[in-house]
Design a protein around this ligand. Structure first.
Ligand SMILES: Nc1ncnc2c1ncn2[C@@H]1O[C@H](COP(=O)(O)OP(=O)(O)OP(=O)(O)O)[C@@H](O)[C@H]1O
Length: 275
């Protein structure tokens, strides 16, 4: 009798810390190849930054990682469930997502506390659901942790861009997700707003109880301290992938962005200027 191979099955079953597993993933639209043969594994204790210029495929990658899109080919497994074989409506509450596209769907008159508390029901704002005290307590705690508790009763449309970003992160964390995806969280912020947000993200990323994190950005200056890994994308293909300190180099930036830079690292942060 021929026994089935046991070892690969055991490996897969035991790796419960594997949050994202993409194998040979491509996304095509007509003749456009948005992502080409991506292989990517994210573990629970990892904090990834996705770097690339406009059109590199970063948002497409996040759409796969947030179960908003299926690949044209290859396999995407999120939190142990394979896309195509799982009800994405069960999966999505386990994944927190903050992006400009989501923010643009928040009605300006919606109250901050309602935007956060309603995340558990995958609706925007209060709708007609009745929430438990425990939900309201969690929303308040998150708003306090991210420094925006005083805004709980304000309408979203009256907030500054920096305040909006932090409220979106609170909403993304409301369901206590195992994976947090942040699409350009520092975009549109002034220096103070950016540095405040990065400090908070750095502190959060260093917390061993925080979820796995993936942050998309165009700028190396926007990589928070305590981030561990990087994927650099260009034209839908991976240019570099691995530990941040191993992969970040002037050559890697040139290969990704097509521009020569001086790259430095100061107090745990990267800085690039054109050479
Ligand atoms: N539905 C579609 N049909 C055809 N091409 C598309 C479609 N959606 C996206 N693209 C193209 O795929 C490429 C990757 O888009 P994507 O939004 O993932 O890039 P990005 O790295 O997030 O860019 P940015 O930094 O500007 O947000 C772009 O060239 C875009 O024009």
């Amino acid at each position: 009798m021929v026994l089935p191979p046991l070892i690969p099955m055991i490996d897969e079953a035991m790796d419960s810390d594997l949050v994202i597993d993409m194998q040979d993933v491509s996304v095509r639209r007509g003749t456009n190849v948005l992502l080409d043969q991506i292989n990517w594994r994210v573990e629970l204790d990892e904090r990834w930054v996705i770097l690339g210029k406009n059109g590199a495929g970063k948002t497409t990658l996040l759409k796969l990682a947030s179960a908003q899109m299926h690949p044209s080919s290859g396999t995407v497994t999120l939190l142990g469930d394979r896309l195509g074989k799982v009800d994405v409506f069960d999966l999505r509450p386990r994944i927190g997502l903050a992006s400009a596209a989501l923010a643009s769907r928040i009605p300006p008159a919606e109250h901050v506390s309602d935007i956060v508390v309603s995340a558990g029901y995958s609706v925007m704002g209060r709708w007609r659901e009745a929430y438990d005290d425990i939900d309201h307590d969690r929303a308040r705690t998150l708003l306090r942790q991210w420094g925006v508790e005083r805004l709980a009763d304000r309408q979203f449309g009256t907030l500054s861009e920096g305040e909006r970003k932090r409220v979106q992160i609170c909403r993304a964390l409301m369901t206590d997700p195992e994976l947090l995806l942040l699409d350009e969280p520092a975009a549109g912020l002034d220096l103070t707003g950016r540095e405040d947000l990065l400090a908070r993200l750095s502190e959060f990323a260093a917390d061993a109880d925080a979820p796995a994190m993936v942050l998309v950005t165009h700028h190396v200056e926007e990589i928070p301290r305590a981030f561990t890994n990087v994927m650099m994308l260009r034209d839908g293909s991976v240019v570099r992938e691995g530990l941040l300190d191993d992969q970040m180099s002037e050559q890697a930036i040139f290969d990704t962005f097509g521009v020569e830079v001086y790259l430095s690292k100061r107090r745990g942060r990267f800085f690039a200027s054109v050479a």
